[in-house]
Ligand binder design. Sequence first.
Ligand SMILES: [Cu+2]
Length: 151
Amino acid sequence: MRATWLATGAMILAACGGGEKPADTAAAPAAPATTAPAATGATHTVNMELQGSSYRFAPAELTVKAGDAVNFVNASGGPHNVQFHADSIPAGAAAVLDANMANRMGPLQGELVTVPNAAYAISFAGAPTGDYRFTCLPHAAMGMHGKITVQ
Ligand SMILES: [Cu+2]
């Protein structure tokens, strides 16, 4: 009888000890939401440019994988920037982008790239899959829009 009680007690202790480990590992994935994870995949280039009288992202549409990074290059006609539309990105993407975008001017709003051929890099590490629509604030009225699809 006593031996059974001890054995049961040991099992409970073992169960409790085992239960702590999943809790620790479950907490770990929350970290990338506040600290920008490094891009681990390919790096793509999107030129921000003035061609003739039209401002554009080239390519205007691009498909990447979560973990890839995109360099937005001020190829001509700058300054340019990247402004994601809060209502046209996947659920949960805003926090990831805000953490991954350096020197933001505001929510989902990349800094102005004023230096010719300078690039603004955005990591899509931890980014939910789906379509991300964005515009260039200085040239939004001129139709400078783009879309990145994260697979
Ligand atoms: Cu622009």
